[in-house]
Ligand binder design. Sequence first.
Ligand SMILES: C[S@@+](CC[C@H](N)C(=O)[O-])C[C@H]1O[C@@H](n2cnc3c(N)ncnc32)[C@H](O)[C@@H]1O
Ligand SMILES: [Mg+2]
Length: 214
Amino acid sequence: MAQIKEQRILDYVLQNAIKGNPQNIVDAIDKYCSEMEWAMNVGNEKGLILDKIVSETNPATVLELGTYCGYSGVRIAQLLKPGACFLTIEKNPVHAAIAKQMFEFAGVKEKIQILEGSSEEIIPKLKSKYKVNTFDFIFIDHWSDRYVPDTKLLEECGLLKKGSVLLADNVVYPGAPDFLQYVRNCVRYECTNYPSHLEYSDKEDALEKAVFKG
Ligand SMILES: C[S@@+](CC[C@H](N)C(=O)[O-])C[C@H]1O[C@@H](n2cnc3c(N)ncnc32)[C@H](O)[C@@H]1O
Ligand SMILES: [Mg+2]
């Protein structure tokens, strides 16, 4: 048995899913994580909400905070229009290496760039080092104590523009009360809550969409 859960998830996908078929890979991860071992992918119930918001936004530039095994990355990548820029930040090198293989197997590696390091170090370099201007869509799904500081960092670094969509996961479970308080009370954001459940569980959770008004 592979030593860590994330490697076991990847091995399951490599052995059971169809190479180059992103939806089949997403389904295989969901099957493994609902039947064998729980893991912190956004999962299918919230994933369908994520898909809907990505499709509605139709972003040309996307940032993800927290890549993990690449589950949400594969979901988002398959919805992007040709030529879209998709950067995903992951501070754990083991997770980044697993995600890299997941993206290769899914056939989406040309569509996603993994930036290995912590969000707080990488966000300030996005304009100069990665030639990004602003993001149309940002999926916030790392550790919830970074949701508010990283949102403020994105604002300070000029990475948000009128209409930029922030979508934060796990705002009820484990919970991000300070993030909800910040975006809901700030006149620069218009917020919508999407009640759902924690991945592979019946615990209540939700996604929060916060649209930057400029
Ligand atoms: C909940 S998982 C991401 C799940 C992924 N978005 C999905 O749905 O498939 C959170 C990930 O964020 C990473 N992480 C935590 N804090 C971070 C930070 N400050 N910068 C970058 N990555 C971070 C963790 O190592 C972990 O892999
Ligand atoms: Mg999450």
